[in-house]
Design a protein around this ligand. Sequence first.
Ligand SMILES: *Cc1c(COP(=O)(O)O)cnc(C)c1O
Length: 341
Amino acid sequence: MPEIKLYSQNLASNLDILAKKAFGKERLIAVLKDNAYGHGLSIFAPKVASLGIIHAITRDAKEALGIEKFFCNVIVLSECKEAFFKHSKIIFAANEIEALKSAPNGTRIALKIDTGMHRNGIKANELELACSIISEKKLLLHSIFTHFRSADEISGDFFWQRKNFDEVKTRYADISKRYSLPKVYFHSCNSAALLRCGKFDEDFARIGIAMYGYCDLPEVFGKFRLKPVLELFAKRVSTTKLKKGQCVGYGGTFVSNQNMISSLYDAGYADGILRYDGKGELKTTNKSLILGRISMDSMSVNSSEEEISVFNDATIWAKYFNTISYDILVKLNARIPREFV
Ligand SMILES: *Cc1c(COP(=O)(O)O)cnc(C)c1O
């Protein structure tokens, strides 16, 4: 079984960088959806709370229920389960007008606005309707939020969406008076948006990938010295000597051009590591070549060490697979043991 080590110091340092940008740790909402981006929700949540984070986000109510004791509030992004309404720390994202209509009276709500991503959220011109339902049903509106479609790209979209959200804020100020609704919090920034936004001026930022140590922003936005929190290790199962010309693994895609050592390590695609097809030159952290295709439970590597670090920088694997660091991290199987060091 492979192993995951999580580095407290790196997490603390990432949080400091982000808190500085957001003017306070209390303004950071830790995005812990999908098993904390593969880092392990049950171990990550108490750690991030111990480092001063008081708000969290999960994808579903079950995840939220497991961690609410560590936080002041947990926002659930995409599920509204009646069984959980009595939990006062849990706030449900309302992603459409229907959600407001079906929520029981008194439910805590974070209202999602579509400012241009067109994935979900109510339209700006539905805000008055939303407020009337909220007022009538005495829903407890915690915050109004939106999400950027291209915060990590060089384009004007970010500014256009920000302007749309500013208009929503102004409109809420007016409507809330008429419906006697309270002042609410506003949040729009994910990691990339927070890091690029100039002077941060909202109540919260929802930080995911940057907390875990990654940010794929183009360099024009600056360098942020984030450090990956996760490192994946595998243990040696056996070692063999390859003769020049012998090939390794399924399909024999790797052919040795010299006599060399090959060891089998106990990490494979069943553990959620993407299935490397043995083409190209994918290497482990200390630059040992992975030999041929990755198998279900194992991989061959030109190394004889008892334990290898498969990766401590998911961007290398993301680049090979033409994907993003999120995709590499979030797939890591939940049954892999994880520990903070
Ligand atoms: C996942 C998610 C985030 C976090 O995004 P990062 O790019 O990982 O910081 C923020 N807000 C919403 C609505 C999300 O779904």
